[in-house]
Design a protein around this ligand. Structure first.
Ligand SMILES: *[C@@H]1O[C@H](CO)[C@@H](O)[C@H](O)[C@H]1NC(C)=O
Ligand SMILES: *[C@@H]1O[C@H](CO)[C@@H](O)[C@H](O)[C@H]1NC(C)=O
Ligand SMILES: *[C@@H]1O[C@H](CO)[C@@H](O)[C@H](O)[C@H]1NC(C)=O
Ligand SMILES: *[C@@H]1O[C@H](CO)[C@@H](O)[C@H](O)[C@H]1NC(C)=O
Ligand SMILES: *[C@@H]1O[C@H](CO)[C@@H](O)[C@H](O)[C@H]1NC(C)=O
Ligand SMILES: *[C@@H]1O[C@H](CO)[C@@H](O)[C@H](O)[C@H]1NC(C)=O
Ligand SMILES: *[C@@H]1O[C@H](CO)[C@@H](O)[C@H](O)[C@H]1NC(C)=O
Ligand SMILES: *[C@@H]1O[C@H](CO)[C@@H](O)[C@H](O)[C@H]1NC(C)=O
Length: 487
């Protein structure tokens, strides 16, 4: 009977745990248990009819352990609780495996790789990749001839095929493509805020309005990454084949979304998952990332390399150098002003930095400069799910661009990232700001604390430090003060 109740009652247990101080002893524990059972019976009945009771048979051990052990709170979610599913194809694999290798941590990250078209279980990269699973054969399905694009069906089914591996102590399944780059520390950080014993569907819309409009604004785009809680995947796994047979030609993300929606679950939008339904130069987008931890970057193989003078592989590795030191600040935008010169400085940590020869307010600087194109080339305004600024040649609005060059973490108390000038701006100085040209600045050094960014829903502040050399600007990132306005 208690199996039915685990999603509700484990959170009740957590609440009770907070109410019961450790020393109150056995009597209180028994009382707590009675209350718990009361809660289970009185509130959970309506939910326990369908498949829920079977789902929780998958982890009775854990359930009993937490009941009898009297642990007050669940342990925090860490990387070992997450199973990843990466999907590729034989055609793309060789070119794209570098992306997976850039974020996969051998022997630490758990998960499976599907390579569509591969027919035997062989090691495509024995030491640096996940083990390979081969999709179950569905060619004998009665409706198989109706399926126009079997890869899409394989992608959907890979979710339940991973589930059926029966791995222990799994709280979340995270899906990604072969050209997605994931940021594991930040994914753990975000997932640990959610109750993995409930149904959760975490993902993000496309950046391009039309992509969402054609399918749904409520759908998570799979290349950007989807995180599904264990019980949700357990429930879906029973239903997916039925959905495939009903809708044999839907795109995989769409089918997954419909199935989840029918289970009564809506998306929890995550601003850090990026489908990157954008084209060409996404530097403007990456320079004004939303105020949220970076979780993924997809379509690495479609957009221009994200660092000038590097190819995609090198760009990927280069970004991961910063990610390896501090993911919490990666692409987080920090803005400060150099008053003596009327300059605005905007840092996107680990990627780029801008100097504007004018004091521009935060509400302008946080809008991406539209250096990129929408997914559907001829889309008309409004094209994107966020506001943008046009690329300008007005010297008071066009930035000097600098890109991440190096990272050092000396003595473990200070992280020093440097950003070097991409090219000459080729404009006269901004006269509104008093003609203080920044043409001679060829490097920006940014110092940030070694400890990870505080997660308090607020950005960090920065100060421009005195010059060490006339052509270098030094900036120190620090927590904002009480009620400090960045203006
Ligand atoms: C993750 O948490 C589990 C407890 O749920 C613990 O046993 C394990 O050691 C932790 N792993 C890491 C890498 O911290
Ligand atoms: C992973 O573990 C296996 C066996 O435990 C070991 O042989 C291998 O060297 C490890 N690989 C890495 C990259 O640590
Ligand atoms: C591949 O085959 C080996 C040997 O049969 C097996 O141990 C392993 O689990 C298989 N890997 C996957 C991912 O199925
Ligand atoms: C990217 O550049 C590196 C170093 O120059 C080179 O080894 C690699 O082959 C290049 N990759 C591609 C896909 O061009
Ligand atoms: C910061 O790093 C750059 C590049 O490695 C180096 O030249 C500079 O001396 C460092 N600055 C400090 C203060 O350590
Ligand atoms: C800036 O330079 C322009 C042209 O060189 C000049 O017209 C203008 O008066 C200057 N502004 C200031 C504030 O010095
Ligand atoms: C900064 O700009 C303001 C307004 O344009 C101007 O009044 C002021 O003199 C400038 N400051 C400097 C240091 O040039
Ligand atoms: C700074 O840059 C200017 C040219 O923009 C150059 O003449 C000068 O020597 C540089 N100063 C230093 C210290 O490198």
């Amino acid at each position: 009977m208690s199996m039915d109740g685990s999603p509700v009652s484990s959170s009740v247990k957590q609440k009770l745990g907070h109410l019961l101080p450790g020393g109150l002893g056995r009597a209180m524990a028994v009382l707590g248990l009675l209350l718990l059972l009361f809660y289970v019976f009185s509130f959970n009945y309506p939910y326990s009819q369908d498949s829920a009771s079977n789902i929780y048979l998958h982890f009775p051990h854990k359930w009993w352990a937490s009941l009898s052990g009297g642990a007050t709170t669940a342990t925090p979610t860490n990387l070992s609780h997450i199973v990843f599913r990466v999907f590729s194809s034989l055609k793309m694999w060789e070119a794209r495996k570098v992306y997976l290798e850039s974020w996969w941590r051998p022997n630490i990250t758990r998960g499976y790789l599907f390579v569509d078209g591969l027919t035997k279980n062989e090691s495509l990269c024995p030491y640096t990749c996940p083990p390979i699973l081969i999709n179950e054969d569905i060619t004998n399905w009665e409706i198989y001839p109706l399926i126009k694009n079997p890869v899409q069906v394989h992608m959907v089914r890979s979710i339940m095929e991973v589930f059926r591996q029966g791995d222990q102590d799994v709280r979340w399944f995270v899906m990604a493509d072969d050209d997605s780059v994931l940021f594991l520390d930040n994914i753990v950080e975000v997932l640990s805020k959610y109750d993995h014993t409930k149904y959760f569907y975490l993902g993000a819309s496309s950046e391009s309005i039309l992509s969402n409009a054609y399918i749904s604004f409520g759908m998570g785009f799979g290349g950007g990454g989807l995180a599904l809680s264990y019980p949700l995947v357990a429930a879906m796994s029973k239903k997916l084949d039925g959905y495939i047979k009903r809708y044999p030609n839907l795109w995989s993300d769409h089918l997954i979304y419909m199935c989840i929606l029918d289970l009564g679950v809506a998306i929890s939008q995550q601003k850090g998952f990026h489908q990157i339904d954008l084209r060409e130069n996404i530097a403007g987008f990456l320079s004004s990332h939303p105020q949220s931890p970076l979780l993924s970057l997809h379509h690495f193989d479609v957009v221009d390399p994200i660092f000038p003078s590097m190819n995609r592989t090198e760009s990927n590795r280069h970004l991961m150098k910063a990610a390896g030191v501090d993911q919490s600040r990666l692409l987080q935008q920090t803005i400060c002003y150099q008053r003596e010169k009327n300059w605005s400085i905007s840092i996107s940590w680990g990627h780029s930095a801008h100097i504007y020869e004018n004091l521009l307010p935060r509400h302008i600087l946080q809008m991406p400069i539209e250096t990129f194109k929408p997914w559907i080339w001829n889309a008309k305004w409004p094209k994107f799910m966020f506001n943008t600024r046009p690329v300008k040649s007005d010297p008071c609005e066009a930035p000097h661009w600098f890109f991440f060059e190096s990272i050092e973490s000396k003595n473990k108390d200070d992280v020093n990232t440097t950003y070097s000038r991409a090219e000459k701006r080729g404009l006269s100085p901004c006269s509104l700001g008093g003609n203080h040209s920044a043409d001679h600045i060829n490097r920006i050094q940014v110092f940030s604390p070694a400890k990870t960014r505080l997660k308090v829903g607020r950005v960090e502040c920065c100060d421009v430090l005195s010059l060490s050399d006339e052509n270098t600007t030094n900036v120190r990132i620090r927590p904002c003060m009480e009620a400090e306005a960045i203006a």
